[in-house]
Design a protein around this ligand. Structure first.
Ligand code: PEP
Ligand code: MG
Length: 659
C-alpha cells in the first residue's frame, strides 16, 4: 500500500524532523519505506532518511506493508503535509538544524591555509576574540582494529561485544542529555549524536562487516567511513557536517570496545589553548569550557559544531588549519586572534605583551561597562537616545538582551533566506518576526526587508550576471520586481505586527516611487489578509538612508515615511565611490570624511524638520568617538552589534553629563 504527496515539512526531512518522522514510523508494526526519485529507504532509520535529502516541496511516496499499514500511511502522510512540522524545534537555540546560520562568524573556508611566517599560522576565524595561554595539545592516538580476520566461532561473541559497546555509548549520551548543566545549544548537538548512535544504519553496517569476519573495531571504523562519505557527498552544508558526527560516534564505540577512555579534557589548565587535529563536538560539549582560553583545530570551519560551541561560550577559536596544526604539537604557549584567524606559536616577548594587553583590556572594559546594561541614556533636555541592537537571527536575541539593547534597530532578514535551502515560507517568517517582537516588547523591533543582490545569491532567486552587483539589482529594487517574494515577507510582517512593536524599513532606496510601490503592495497584502480572516495589524514604514540619492531627496522622503535609519556602511561606499570590501581603497572608505558626515547631517536635518525619528544602523552608530556628533545632529536612535551597546550608552551618558 502506498501514497504519494508533496513534502510541506519546513526545510524538508532534516535532522530533527527526520527523527520525529522515524519515531512516528516506529510506532507502527508495518514495514514502512519512503521513496524519492525511485530510491526507497526504511522510514525507521533517521540516518537513511537524512541521506535521502528530502527537501520541502519535493514529491515522495510512503509505502507501508503490514497489519496497520492504513494507519501508518495516514499518520506519516499527515506529518509530511504539515508545514509546521520542521518548525517544532526552532526554539531550540542552536539545534543542529540551525547550525548553518551562525552568522556571527565569517564565511567558512575563506581563510588561506598557508603559513605566514615560521611561528605564525593562518586558519579560519571561527570565533572572535584574543587569547594567549599555555598550549594543551589534545592528539588522541589513532584507533586501529586487530588486523586479522575472525574465526567463524568468534563472530557471535564479537557481535555481542559490539552491541554492548553501542548500548554503553547510548547510555553515556543519555546520561549527558539528562544533565541540567548542558546548555540548550550543546544539548541539541549531543542529541544529534545520540540519534546517530541509536540508528541502525551505522550499527547495521558494522554488524554486516563483523559477520563477514571483521573484528568489531575495524568494522566500526569502516562502517563510519562509508556512512560519513555518503553525508559528505550530499549537496547540503548541514548534511555534510553530519559526517564528523558519524566519525565521532564511531570513535566512542571503538573506545568502549578497546576498554579505553578518550584522552580527557577534564584536566585542561585554566586559560589554556586547546590544540587538536579534530575535537569531537561530543568531547568539547563535555569539557570544562569555562577553563578553556581558546581553541585551535586542524579540522572544522565556521559552521562546524566546534565553532558553534566556541562562539556560544565566548571562546576565541581558529579552525581549519589543516596539517599546519602539527606544528603546534610541541608548542609551549600559543596566542590566537579569533577575529583574523591567526595563531602564533611560542610568541616572543613583544607579542606576548601585545596579546596579554588586548585580553586584559577587553576583560577590563567588559567588566567596567556592565553597569550600563540597564541604563536608559537621557540627554540634559530629557530626550532619550535608544541604543538598539543589529542582529540577523533569533539566536542573537539572548546576547542583545544581555547587553541591554533597547529593542532592535536592524534585523537583517537576509540570513533567514540564506540559511535555508528554499525561500522561507510566510508562516516561518511570521513566527520569526513575532518571536523578535515578543522578546523585545515594549521596545521597537525594526525589521529590514530582504536586502540581497547578485553578490550573495540565494536559493530560489535567479540573479542576472552583473558587472557591478553593488550598483545592480539588489534590495528593494529586486523585491519590487519579485512581488511573489516581497509580498510573502510583507504579509508575514503584517501578521507579526499584531504584537504592536514591529516597524519595517526598506533598504537601498534611491527613488521615492520605491516607497510608494511598496505601500501599494502593503495595502494589497492587508486586503488579502483581511479577506482570509488572518489576524494582522499595520506597521510604521521607514527607509534606510544609504544611497546618495536618498540623502538628496531626504526632505521629500521624510514626508512619506515614519522614520529614517542611516546605513553608514553603504552610504560611505556610495558617497566616496569606494567599494566597502576592497582593501586597496579602505582609506577612502571612511565615515568621518567630511563628504559622508555632511550627508549624515543633511539627512538628520530633513528628518528632524519633518518631525520623524532619525536613527542610524551602520557600523558608525557604535563608535564612541562619533556618537556625540550624531546625537547633536538630532539622531535619537543608534543601533549596533550587541557587543558595542554598553560602550555606546556610556558615551551618551558622558555627553549628557557634559551638558
Ligand atoms: C549599512 O549599509 O550601513 C547597513 C546597516 O546595512 P548593511 O551593512 O547590511 O548593508
Ligand atoms: Mg546597507
Amino acid at each position: 500500500m502506498e501514497r504519494s504527496t508533496i513534502v510541506r515539512v519546513h526545510e524538508g526531512l532534516h535532522a530533527r524532523p527526520a527523527t520525529r518522522f522515524v519515531k512516528l514510523a516506529k510506532g507502527f508494526e508495518s514495514d514502512v519505506e519512503l521513496v524519492k526519485d525511485g530510491k526507497a529507504v526504511s522510514a525507521k532509520s533517521s540516518v537513511k532518511l537524512m541521506l535521502l535529502a528530502v527537501k520541502e516541496n519535493q514529491e515522495v511516496t510512503v509505502r507501508a506493508n503490514g497489519a496497520d499499514a492504513i494507519e501508518a500511511l495516514e499518520a506519516l502522510i499527515g506529518y509530511l503535509e504539515n508545514p509546521r512540522a520542521g518548525l517544532d524545534d526552532e526554539a531550540e537555540a542552536q539545534s543542529p538544524a540551525n547550525d548553518a546560520g551562525q552568522e556571527a562568524a565569517p564565511a567558512p573556508g575563506s581563510a588561506p591555509a598557508a603559513p605566514d611566517g615560521a611561528n605564525r599560522l593562518r586558519g579560519v576565524a571561527a570565533s572572535e576574540g584574543f587569547a594567549i595561554g599555555p598550549a594543551f595539545a589534545h592528539f588522541p592516538p589513532d584507533i586501529a582494529g586487530q588486523g586479522r580476520m575472525l574465526q567463524a566461532e568468534e563472530i557471535e561473541g564479537e557481535i555481542d561485544r559490539f552491541r554492548m559497546a553501542v548500548g554503553a555509548v547510548q547510555a553515556r549520551m543519555d546520561h549527558a542529555l539528562a544533565q541540567d548543566s548542558l546548555s540548550a545549544g550543546d544539548r541539541g548537538i549531543v542529541a544529534a549524536l545520540r540519534d546517530i548512535a541509536a540508528d541502525d544504519t551505522l550499527t547495521g553496517e558494522a554488524e554486516g562487516l563483523i559477520k563477514g569476519g571483521n573484528d568489531a573495531v575495524s568494522a566500526v571504523i569502516t562502517a563510519a567511513s562509508t556512512i560519513a562519505a555518503e553525508f559528505s557527498a550530499v549537496d547540503d552544508h548541514y548534511l555534510n557536517a553530519r559526517a564528523d558526527d558519524v566519525h565521532a560516534v564511531g570513535r566512542q564505540i571503538c573506545l568502549v570496545l578497546l576498554g579505553q577512555d578518550d584522552v580527557s579534557l577534564e584536566n585542561i589548565p585554566e586559560g589554556a589553548i586547546l590544540i587538536a587535529d579534530d575535537i569531537g563536538a561530543w568531547d568539547l560539549a563535555r569539557a570544562p569550557l569555562k577553563r578553556i582560553g581558546g581553541v585551535v583545530c586542524g579540522h572544522g570551519g565556521a559552521t562546524s559544531h566546534i565553532a558553534i560551541i566556541a562562539r556560544s561560550h565566548g571562546i576565541p577559536a581558529v579552525l581549519g588549519l589543516g596539517g599546519q596544526v602539527d606544528a603546534l604539537r610541541t608548542a609551549r604557549d600559543v596566542a590566537l586572534d579569533g577575529n583574523a584567524g591567526h595563531v602564533i606559536i611560542d610568541p616572543d616577548e613583544a607579542t606576548r605583551a601585545d596579546f596579554a594587553g588586548r585580553v586584559e583590556a577587553a576583560a577590563k572594559e567588559r567588566a567596567g561597562l556592565t553597569i550600563f546594561k540597564t541604563v536608559t541614556p537621557k540627554l540634559a533636555d530629557g530626550r532619550i537616545i535608544e541604543v538598539a541592537a543589529n542582529i540577523g537571527s533569533l539566536e542573537e536575541i539572548e546576547a542583545a538582551l544581555e547587553a541591554g539593547a533597547m529593542g532592535i534597530g536592524l534585523f537583517r532578514t537576509e540570513l533567514l533566506f540564506m540559511r535555508h535551502m528554499h525561500l522561507p515560507s510566510e508562516d516561518m517568517q511570521a513566527e520569526t518576526y513575532a518571536a523578535l517582537a515578543k522578546a523585545f516588547a515594549p521596545y521597537p523591533v525594526i525589521v529590514r526587508t530582504l536586502d540581497i543582490g547578485g553578490d550573495k545569491p540565494i536559493a530560489g532567486i535567479e540573479f542576472p550576471d552583473e558587472e557591478n552587483p553593488f550598483l545592480g539589482w539588489r534590495g528593494v529594487r529586486m523585491c519590487l520586481d519579485r512581488p511573489d517574494i516581497f509580498k510573502r515577507q510583507l504579509r508575514a510582517l503584517l501578521r507579526a505586527a499584531v504584537h504592536g512593536n514591529i516597524k519595517v524599513m526598506l533598504p537601498m532606496v534611491s527613488d521615492i516611487s520605491e516607497v510608494r510601490q511598496t505601500r501599494v503592495l502593503v495595502d494589497e497584502c492587508t486586503a488579502e489578509l483581511r479577506a482570509e480572516g488572518v489576524p494582522h495589524a499595520s506597521f510604521d514604514l521607514g527607509v534606510m538612508i544609504e544611497t546618495p540619492a536618498a540623502v538628496l531627496i531626504a526632505p521629500a522622503l521624510a514626508k512619506e515615511v515614519a522614520f529614517f535609519s542611516i546605513g553608514t556602511n553603504d552610504l560611505t561606499q556610495y558617497i566616496m565611490a569606494a567599494d566597502r570590501l576592497n582593501p586597496t581603497v579602505a582609506k577612502l572608505n571612511d565615515v568621518t570624511n567630511p563628504a559622508v558626515m555632511s550627508a549624515i547631517e543633511m539627512t538628520a536635518k530633513a528628518g528632524v524638520a519633518a518631525g520623524i525619528m532619525v536613527g542610524m544602523c551602520g557600523e558608525a552608530a557604535g563608535r564612541p568617538d562619533l556618537i556625540a556628533t550624531f546625537v547633536k545632529m538630532g539622531l535619537t536612535e543608534l543601533s549596533m552589534s550587541p557587543a558595542s551597546i554598553q560602550r555606546a550608552k556610556k558615551a551618551i551618558m558622558a555627553m549628557a553629563a557634559e551638558g
